[in-house]
Design a protein. Structure first.
Length: 375
């Protein structure tokens, strides 16, 4: 099998590997599609504080080729979807309920989706591997990872209850609910903890996925981004307004109504803009990471005198992944709008060149020899 290796910033190599044999608890999957991701682009450009150079690519779906001893839920041929990590369940963060911050999160990840096949480690198989329903395309299924991150961001926001002063929460269900009812009740309770209007800074894939979540959750969203094409897509996907970043001054009534702001552009300026947009008593969710050791000067007056909560959102928990899967299966994620092209795996470098030139949002890589079309 062939696997892409990131050897250094902007240096991509390929290596041939013998077909992997699964160890106990592991699953080997033939990759049917791997998606490019902002994190991969960052790693490609400059390396990543949490990821070493080597095999990369983590948003994918495919068909099981082989299962290790003890795996009974899957068999060769099964279409599956997964995310690249799972918590250890033992460290202090896991035990405290912060599974997304697991100290061993990056110890044994399912990285290397830009390849013919990928090995899913035992803990990923146990917590974060799922059957792919037939109604879900492989490309849609590969959105599981980015959408899990987005779901997590909203969970973080609902915890702050920004902009919900004086609103009643939905009472919990009394009878033991079915899993779907449970999901709905949980969702409604969470919605009661959500503001009426959010601002989203950044109109890339992640910004637009946040917009998707907002619209489905009944929350109005204003998107701030760059470029008329991106802003037009934001409007098509239901943004109340799509505003050019750095353009005209943001009108005060709009600013005053953005109780929560998602920062999804990944620059120092975007972090500062996000804080400037939050209404008094509001919240900023810093969703995108910045290069290691970045310091961001923030307006202390706004944080203190206007009680703006500043919170980070990182990665996802298995609960977020399950919820994201429910959304995907319900057809809530506009994958077709966000995939800018389907390319053979060997054109991986072209996909990154396009992304660096801000051409397109996300590319789907399919095995060489397979038709380069929606799968
Ligand atoms: Zn990703
Ligand atoms: Zn842990």
């Amino acid at each position: 099998m062939r696997q892409a290796i990131l050897e250094a910033p902007r240096r991509l190599g390929w290596r041939e590997l013998a077909p992997a044999q699964p160890q106990p608890g592991e699953v080997i999957v033939a990759v049917r599609v791997a998606l490019t991701c902002g994190t991969d682009l960052k790693t490609y450009r400059r390396g990543h504080p949490k990821l070493a150079f080597g095999p990369f690519g983590h948003e994918a779906s495919g068909d099981v080729i082989a299962v290790g001893e003890g795996v009974t839920a899957y068999a060769p041929g099964d279409p599956v979807m997964w995310v690249q990590t799972a918590p250890c369940e033992r460290c202090e963060c896991c035990r405290a309920g912060y599974e997304n911050l697991c100290r061993h999160l990056t110890d044994d990840m399912a990285l290397g989706a830009y390849a013919d096949a990928i090995r899913l480690p035992r803990h990923v198989v146990r917590r974060n591997l799922f059957p792919k329903p037939v109604e879900l395309s492989y490309i849609e299924a590969a959105f599981l990872e980015p959408f899990s991150c987005v779901v997590h961001g909203w969970r973080i926001l609902s915890r702050t209850r920004a902009g919900t002063q004086g609103r009643r929460t939905t009472p919990a269900a009394s009878e033991a609910p079915s899993p779907w009812e449970e999901h709905t009740v949980r969702e409604e309770a969470r919605r009661a903890d959500l503001p009426a209007h959010v601002a989203i800074v950044g109109a890339g894939t992640i910004g637009l996925l946040h917009l998707t979540y907002a619209r489905r959750a009944g929350v109005a969203a204003t998107v701030f981004g760059r470029g008329s094409e991106r802003l037009a897509l934001a409007e098509r996907l239901g943004a109340n307004a799509a505003v050019e970043l750095g353009g005209a001054e943001v009108p005060e009534p709009l600013r005053a109504s953005c109780t929560a702001v998602f920062e999804c552009a990944g620059t120092v300026e975007a972090w500062q803009t996000a804080l400037s947009l939050a209404a008094p008593g509001g919240c900023v969710v810093f969703f995108s990471g910045l290069p290691e050791d970045t310091r961001v000067p923030l307006d202390a007056g706004r944080i203190h005198y206007e009680e703006i909560a500043c919170v980070g959102s990182f990665h996802f928990t298995p609960d977020d992944v399950r919820e994201a899967r429910t959304w995907l299966v319900a057809g809530a994620v506009p994958a077709r709008e966000l995939i800018s092209g389907v390319l053979p795996l060997s054109a991986l470098e072209d996909a990154f060149a396009n992304l660096e030139a801000r051409r397109g949002y996300k590319y789907a890589l399919v095995p060489d020899g397979a038709p380069a079309e929606w799968v």
